[in-house]
Ligand binder design. Sequence first.
Ligand code: ATP
Ligand code: MG
Length: 259
Amino acid sequence: MSKRIVVNNLNVYYGKFKAVEDVDMVIEPRSVTAFIGPSGCGKSTFLRTLNRMHEVIPGARVEGDVLVDGENLYGPGVDPVEVRRLIGMVFQRPNPFPTMSIKENVLAGVTLNAKHLSSSRKDEIVEKSLSGANLWEEVKNRLELPGSGLSGGQQQRLCIARAIAMSPEVLLMDEPCSALDPISTLAIEDLIQELKETYTIVIVTHNMQQAARVSDSTAFFNIAGTGAPGKLIEMGPTEKIFSTPDNQQTEEYITGRFG
Ligand SMILES: Nc1ncnc2c1ncn2[C@@H]1O[C@H](COP(=O)(O)OP(=O)(O)OP(=O)(O)O)[C@@H](O)[C@H]1O
Ligand SMILES: [Mg+2]
């Protein structure tokens, strides 16, 4: 169920500005890949191109290929809505729909795609997704209460449950813990370890310890200066990137001697 992603020669533009240049990358299935690098180097921009989410930003466009198990996401006739079902995304700020209950939040995407689900099938999806996100025990007795009434860490797990409910094969996470306390952060990290048994996971993080703890592979991005495009400098096994990277820029970044 988990998919291998191959990126060839990818450039991303906002209007005339080239934000990311010439990325080649392989993301292995059933593994966690971390993106690290200084602010503005294009991590979020690049991440969004892995499920065509950038297409909702006016002026954003892509050159190059993203192959998911050999199929080009940007090929003719590929439906971006289906791409986003297959490749789910979790954002920096937990964003449950405030007027919806916990249960409705989990089902939000599912019911858009499949209008006629029996209520028992819905209950099944809700329990399975919340269990998968490690939230079921905490909320099973208050499924009808608003999602916005949960703590920040619970809200983030609710958003992960909402993504899981769509039965994706890949999960993209853009700094999913940056708004969370250390305990909730560890809960999400544990969850990521469990989820990688099933999904291909990509996580953007500014927290180097987090990248070192949760990821199998790490990709370091950098920019040469203001206005220059972000580039992938080096990618490899996390252990190697954090101990003996090949590139001097990577070395400077991971040892904090950056800039
Ligand atoms: N919607 C947008 N329109 C125009 N330019 C944008 C847009 N989003 C990002 N950019 C620009 O693209 C470049 C890369 O931004 P991006 O948000 O991808 O960086 P990042 O590595 O995720 O940074 P951070 O670590 O701060 O989140 C930056 O120069 C940014 O100003
Ligand atoms: Mg970002």
